[in-house]
Design a protein around this ligand. Structure first.
Ligand SMILES: [Zn+2]
Length: 242
């Protein structure tokens, strides 16, 4: 027994806790970087982000890992994904983060329960966003964003602090919102969830756009009906706020 204990002690001396933690973080960080790339590729292949629009991030440590600025997703390597610290700092030698990194960071500050963000200029969500209006409860599935409607935050130039503040406001009470004259953004507890929600928002936006074409003022569900749906969604383990 004494011999085993000695051996354990020797191993422990050779592998300080700090080094183990550092190595574990490095393995976890590489996996997280790969997951960001997989999600960005999936977003791109599914047609949700025309051209090089759209970006993906995942909370990591005190900051986040985000897709770089202006690089085609199919060329990305894990080292191209950029770690942005909580105060916006980026390590020397790292790629330039997406020009829209500020609103990703502000959204994480606003939503401590959020771990992944997908932002796209998907066609129909952007069409509705260009009206500057929210998507009302024309269909009960609107509750998937966590409330009675899918709000549309005001326009501001991409990359600005002002837009970051608008997005943080929009995602405080919802898991998704439209961004006027720009696109849509979703937040979830994982990358898959954020991407799935972006798909849901795009489908709802397409349905709503088609509905507006045949009926300028479509009927919307009453607040108490939507509250009932929100309660049921909550029962299914999905995030829903009133
Ligand atoms: Zn954008």
């Amino acid at each position: 027994m004494a011999k085993v204990a000695t051996k354990s002690a020797r191993v422990a001396t050779k592998t300080p806790v700090g080094a183990t933690t550092k190595r574990a973080r490095s393995v976890a960080e590489t996996a997280a970087r790969k997951a960001v790339i997989v999600t960005a590729l999936e977003m791109s292949r599914s047609g949700l982000s025309p051209g090089r629009s759209g970006n993906v991030s995942q909370r990591f440590g005190d900051g986040m890992l985000i897709t770089p600025s202006g690089m085609a997703y199919d060329t990305l390597k894990p080292s191209d994904i950029v770690y942005v610290e909580a105060d916006g700092a980026v390590a020397k030698g790292a790629r330039k983060p997406s020009s829209e990194w500020r609103f990703h960071l502000s959204a994480y500050h606003a939503r401590p329960d959020g771990y992944a963000i997908v932002h796209t200029h998907s066609l129909h969500a952007t069409v509705i966003a260009c009206t500057g209006r929210p998507i009302p409860a024309f269909h009960y599935m609107v509750a998937i964003a966590g409330g009675r409607d899918i709000p549309c935050v005001p326009y501001s130039t991409f990359g600005t602090e002002e837009l970051a503040a608008y997005v943080a406001d929009g995602l405080t009470e919802r898991d998704a919102c439209l961004m006027a004259n720009h696109g849509q953004i979703t937040i979830a507890s994982c990358l898959t969830g954020a991407l799935e929600l972006a798909h849901e928002i795009e489908v709802l936006a397409e349905q709503y756009a088609k509905l507006l074409a045949i009926m300028p003022k479509p009927p919307v569900l009453a607040d108490d009906e939507m509250d009932d749906v929100l309660r049921r969604f909550k029962g299914y383990g999905q995030k829903a706020q009133g």
